[in-house]
Design a protein. Structure first.
Length: 522
């Protein structure tokens, strides 16, 4: 078999099971021995839910319309307890598919919807999973490819049911065509609530499936500029000598949302912002920013380096924590009136290694703030021997804007154009919307689902990574639950508690006053 191409036509993408850009010799051999062809059954468990309709099915549709999923190979099964017909499910998701691809040809939409079948059953019901297996097998037989079937189970479900669902899959729904086919399980966050519960969940799933079959999804790892981090750091000479404690003063990793917990108050009150965003999404970003160069781009090599960073994080110092809760949060009837759950947190993490000793990683996340954005802000130290006396104009910063309006920009000091010899702050700007006008940026879920089909675990969380991540936050989370660390109130629509800005300033972050980067318009 020839190695797949990433050409632009749907037919050439059909065989695109590998990311050719990063293929090495061993991958070539693997791709020859592992043909990855044949019938593909994608099962969305929890198909009646929020994530399925908003993210999972639209991602599958986008893969289909771009030619990555083919009608002659793929079938999609929704499974949940709610009694629905095939058409009911199709109607439920139709609007969300159109929203993501408004100008798509209606025939393509209808071709995609025809691939979807719904099976109703309980999450611990042998009968339900036998019916599901029957439906999958019928599809495999119809496609005449029983010998090489691939089964992908996407658990868009609350984690409480993961163990029983996995047991049912293992008992009744495994691909029978070993070694040519496969069975893979995608699980959504949160993976547990603390170290002990995460370990218990990992042990339960680990008894049923091998690590290469388990894909713990963290959708931030599917974002374009998060995926760019390793390329940026390790393919550019610019950054190699600068990326360390000698040059960098502090790094901020920030997530801000301009809406509250609307509709998800019950879930959120149990988890809070640290479990919802910082322990997973922001910590994954930190790993990619801070890790050493991996031996190669093999998923295991990358994940080995991520684990080392996590294991080097020092215990959190509570003097470097600010927690907040927006006013009005407890008005939600599903939230307890005396809740101490943080909807905002700034937590400084410190990495005890040669590269990062003394550099604060300021992790900030909040709901109901004054803007929606996620970014990494690398602030450099002051220039020694400043002959221009330009400190007042601010420090060099390298900012990676993950969303919205993906961009990277470098804030730097230049001579103010004109006759005067004075300095101003300006920027080198790479705004994706402007630079890559012809390239639609794929949705994170789209990319990650494609990775699961390709068998590429690079952008998924390994079990030891998860353990190391929970080790960092579990003591603080328990102390918040015991009321030993309190959330302070902040106004919805604000920057969060002023104490958070004070903490960042104390850690060394110097705000540049009078300069704001404005994303360029076309
Ligand atoms: N929604 C989102 O934006 C995001 C969600 N996630 C994660 O994805 C997973 C699914 O999220 P989401 O779709 O919002 O969740 P939902 O609450 O919508 O649940 C999904 C489906 O699971 C079934 N279900 C709900 N509660 C229970 C329960 N207590 N016991 C058994 N089954 C239940 C329901 O199906 P039925 O009753 O028909 O069986 C429901 O339609 C969760 O782990 C969540 O944390 C992660 C990132 C973002
Ligand atoms: O996982 C989650 O992420 C979303 C934010 O995702 P984004 O891709 O829009 O940045 C957040 O709203 C939600 O609370 C959380 O569970």
């Amino acid at each position: 078999m020839s190695i797949s191409s990433t050409g632009s036509s749907p037919s050439s993408r059909r065989n695109s099971f590998r990311n050719d850009a990063f293929i090495d010799e061993k991958d070539v051999i693997d791709s020859i021995t592992n043909t990855e062809m044949g019938c593909l059954s994608i099962v969305v468990l929890g198909a009646s839910g929020d994530l399925a309709k908003k993210k999972t099915f639209p991602a599958l549709f986008n893969l289909f319309r771009q030619g990555f999923l083919q009608s002659n190979e793929v079938h999609i099964f929704g499974y949940a307890r709610t009694k629905l017909s095939d058409d009911d499910l199709r109607e439920r998701i139709r609007g969300y598919l159109i929203k993501g691809a408004p100008s798509e040809n209606p025939e393509i939409l209808s071709d995609f919807l025809k691939l979807i079948k719904y099976v109703s059953g309980g999450y611990d019901s042998a009968e339900g999973f036998l019916s599901l297996n029957k439906a999958i097998s019928e599809h495999e037989l119809a496609k005449n490819s029983y010998g090489s079937s691939r089964r992908l189970f996407y658990l868009a479900l609350p984690p409480s049911v993961y163990p029983s669902v996995c047991k049912m899959i293992k008992s009744y729904c495994m691909n029978q065509a070993v070694p040519t086919g496969w069975t893979r399980i995608v699980v959504e966050k949160p993976f547990g609530k603390d170290l002990a519960s995460a370990e218990e969940l990992s042990a339960q799933l680990g008894e049923l499936f091998d690590e290469p079959q388990l894909y713990r999804i963290d959708h931030y790892l599917g974002k374009e500029l998060v995926q760019n981090l390793l390329v940026l750091r390790f393919a550019n000479r610019f950054f190699l000598p600068l990326w360390n404690r000698d040059n960098i003063d502090n790094i901020q990793i920030v997530f801000r949302e301009d809406f509250g917990t609307e509709g998800r108050g019950g879930y959120f009150d149990e988890y809070g912002i640290i479990r919802d965003i910082i322990q997973n999404h922001l910590l994954q970003v930190l790993c990619l920013v801070a890790m050493e160069k991996p031996v190669s781009l093999r998923p295991e090599h990358i994940r080995d380096e991520k684990v080392k960073v996590l294991q080097s994080v020092l215990p959190i110092n509570y003097d470097e924590v600010v927690l907040g809760q927006y006013e009005g949060y407890t008005d939600d009837p599903t939230v307890s009136k005396d809740s101490n759950t943080p909807t905002f947190a700034t937590i400084i993490l410190r990495i005890h290694n040669e590269r990062w000793e003394g550099v604060p990683f300021i992790m900030k996340a909040g709901k109901a703030l004054n803007s929606r954005k996620a970014e990494i802000r690398v602030q450099f130290k002051d220039v020694p021997g400043d002959i221009f006396k330009c400190k007042k104009q601010g420090r060099n910063e390298f900012v990676i804007r993950l969303q919205p309006k993906e961009a990277m920009y470098m804030k730097l000091t230049v001579k103010k154009p004109g006759l005067d010899m004075s300095t101003i702050q300006s920027e080198l700007d790479l705004s994706y919307g402007q630079r890559y006008q012809e390239v639609p940026i794929p949705e994170a879920y789209e990319r990650l689902i494609l990775d699961t089909i390709r068998g590429d675990q690079q952008h998924f969380v390994r079990r030891d990574e998860l353990r190391a991540a929970w080790e960092i936050f579990t003591p603080l989370l328990h102390d918040i639950e015991d009321g030993k660390v309190k959330s302070v109130p902040y106004k919805p629509g604000s920057r969060g508690p002023p104490e958070a800005d004070e903490l960042a300033a104390k850690a060394g972050y110097v705000q540049t006053h009078g300069y704001i980067w404005i994303p360029p318009t076309l």
